[in-house]
Design a protein around this ligand. Structure first.
Ligand code: ADP
Ligand code: MG
Length: 256
């Protein structure tokens, strides 16, 4: 096997007060892949992203990005290596405009002050407008980010990620709090980015996961329970068993 993985995690364990949020996790991601991670609340999905991005350090195990170990690096070093993240709760700069937020995401920008008060080159301005078009916030460019609707904040944070242009995008629950229509648009957006970027998407909404039509990893108690197509994992007895408790069958086989 001489496949080149862009990201590998091997034997990774992380405990919080004795509770193993991540438990001997082994995960392999191909370059250019769009992968969805699903799993019940508390399965360790966000913690896994914390470990990849250097926000949290593992107790054991190794994580490598393009063959380079990341677990001793700082968050900023990992960011510079080409890993970008959208948090589960949108973390936009509320007091800055939508335009300024995208500017802050642009590759090379460092620090809010320098990025906003430094000069914006015509090339940067073009890039910002291009991103605003992709995320459908062109007419909100001069609006304060804090005043946006929740779904628009989610898009703005995805826009900051696009502006940052990382090789690996980690997108935590992008469709949370969105209407069905916004969710479908978000799916289209991620599909349009796939191939140009390697992407991990964490999501609960099965309609959305189906729209992405890609390889799915089911995380449960900090380990991988099953990987495969959505149909394969939805029909796995163990997945049905653990997934979302009592309403498990309905939850993983939504009616709409
Ligand atoms: P998911 O994203 O799959 O819903 P999380 O990764 O957020 O799950 O959480 C997994 C478990 O780890 C939860 O029980 C959570 O309370 C715990 N956990 C996550 N981060 C921390 C932390 N920084 N300190 C203490 N416990 C944490
Ligand atoms: Mg989470």
């Amino acid at each position: 096997m001489n496949k080149r993985f862009i990201l590998t995690a091997e034997g990774v364990t992380k405990s919080f007060d004795g509770f193993k949020a991540i438990n001997d996790l082994n995960f392999y991601l191909d370059e250019g892949e769009l992968r969805t991670i699903i799993g019940p609340n508390g399965a360790g999905k966000s913690t896994f992203l914390d470990l990849i991005t250097g926000r949290t350090r593992p107790d054991e195990g190794q994580i490598e990005f393009k063959g380079t170990p990341v677990i001793k690096k700082t968050e900023y070093q990992i960011y510079r290596m080409g890993i970008g993240r959208k948090f589960q709760t949108p973390s936009v700069y509320s007091d800055h405009t939508v335009y300024e937020n995208i500017l802050l995401g642009l590759k090379g920008s460092r620090g809010v002050f320098g990025a906003i008060f430094g000069r914006v080159t015509p090339a940067q301005n073009d890039q910002i407008h291009h991103v605003l078009e992709i995320i459908n916030l062109k007419d909100k460019a001069q609006v304060r980010a804090g005043t946006l609707a929740h779904g628009q904040k989610q898009w703005l944070e995805i826009g900051m990620l696009i502006a940052q242009d990382p090789e690996l995008m980690l997108v935590d629950e992008p469709a949370a709090g969105m209407t069905d229509e916004e969710t479908a648009r978000t799916g289209e957006l991620l599909l349009s980015l796939a191939g140009k970027h390697t992407i991990i998407v964490i999501e609960h909404d099965m309609t959305f996961v189906r729209q992405l039509a890609n390889r799915v990893t089911v995380l449960h108690q900090g380990s991988i329970l099953r990987e495969g197509s959505l149909d394969e994992v939805q029909n796995d007895e163990r997945v049905i068993e653990v997934y979302l408790g009592k309403k498990k069958h309905d939850a993983i086989h939504p009616q709409h």
